[in-house]
Design a protein around this ligand. Structure first.
Ligand SMILES: Nc1ncnc2c1ncn2[C@@H]1O[C@H](COP(=O)(O)OP(=O)(O)OP(=O)(O)O)[C@@H](O)[C@H]1O
Ligand SMILES: [Mg+2]
Length: 305
């Protein structure tokens, strides 16, 4: 569905993404993982047209989208959420979804907020698109509540609805479970599965290994801007280069991964298993942080028992 070849971007002397060749397959869930600063969000920024690559190409559904601006990329069927939640808490849930629709299609943010003439013509269409998106994320009944009145999980769903309202074929989620408790994480996993069952293709960046290992069909591992491994969760979690990347970043005072918010358990689990044998580290973090073993299928663990 999406093929990138030799993709790279430099910020000054810093190769944030370097020579990445990878594919995202239709109908699957692809996770992009890697230590903090690995280039994961930048990779999404390149795919979604927020950044222009300094090298390489991006093909989506057989067409070159390398140099397309964001709104054209959205028009082709790629939508995304951001690492930092960007919902408007004082506006209604439906208004948020509708703004998502407008910003991602014809009218700009100012048109949407100021309700210009051009924007008004899109209103009906946006309302329908917004409601359809809210139904997909299970928020139709909350459409008229202020978004800020929802739980953390509800607000994340609003963010996903904003992305879905442009009716994408490929949805990019940047750390969707950040700040969520285990129960909310399980609910989010169920939602992502449902969306994929409904025909959507999902790629997500995530540090929570319980979610990644329980959900992903394919994993792409990045480190220092480069792709260092890819494969199924079982393959990747025993890949020496992956183990080295995570252990290395840990040993140097880095974190196995979180975003500076209160998702503490993941690195703690890694720490608790130091010296337990390198290849048990990633698996240990999966087991220790599984929200609920009864509801999250951790079938991949059997490979390491
Ligand atoms: N707009 C920018 N200007 C300069 N440097 C940038 C810019 N965006 C990203 N970088 C740099 O690119 C590198 C990769 O950053 P990126 O945000 O993609 O990492 P990440 O894998 O998403 O990390 P995290 O897990 O912490 O979110 C970092 O060194 C970062 O400082
Ligand atoms: Mg990031």
């Amino acid at each position: 569905m999406l093929d990138v070849k030799g993709l790279g971007i430099r910020f000054g002397g810093n190769h944030a993404v370097q020579n990445v060749t990878a594919s995202i397959e239709a109908g699957k869930i692809t996770a992009i993982i890697g230590p903090n600063g690995a280039g994961k969000s930048t990779f999404f920024n390149l795919i979604s047209g927020f950044y222009q690559p300094t090298s390489g190409s991006i093909e989506f559904l057989g067409q070159d989208i390398t140099r397309l601006p964001t709104h054209d990329v959205v028009g082709r069927g790629i939508a995304r959420t951001f690492q930092t939640t960007t919902i408007y808490k004082e506006l209604s849930v439906l208004d948020n979804a509708m703004i998502g629709h407008r910003v991602r299609t014809r009218a700009g943010l100012w048109d949407a907020l100021l309700r210009t003439g051009r924007e008004r013509r899109d209103e009906q269409e946006s309302r329908a698109g917004g409601m359809a998106a809210l139904e997909r994320v299970g928020l139709a009944a909350q459409a008229h509540l202020p978004a800020g009145a929802l739980t953390q999980e509800g607000q994340k769903r609003v963010g996903i609805a904003m992305a879905l309202s442009s009716d994408p074929k490929l949805l990019l989620l940047d750390e969707p479970a950040a700040g969520m408790n285990p129960e909310e994480t399980v609910n989010l996993m169920a939602l992502i599965r449902e969306l994929v069952t409904g025909g959507l293709t999902v790629a997500l960046v995530e540090h929570k290994m319980s979610l990644v290992m329980g959900l992903a069909d394919e994993i792409l591992v990045m480190h220092h801007g480069q792709k260092i491994a890819e494969g199924t969760p079982a393959q990747v979690s025993r890949d020496p280069a992956v183990i080295e990347a995570y252990l290395g970043s840990h040993a140097h005072g880095g974190q196995m991964g979180q975003s500076g918010n209160a998702d503490a358990p993941e690195p703690a689990a890694v720490q608790g298993n130091r010296g337990a044998g390198a290849d048990s580290v990633i698996v240990a973090s999966i087991q220790d942080n599984a929200p609920d073993p009864a509801t999250v299928p951790l079938t991949k663990d059997s490979d390491h028992a």
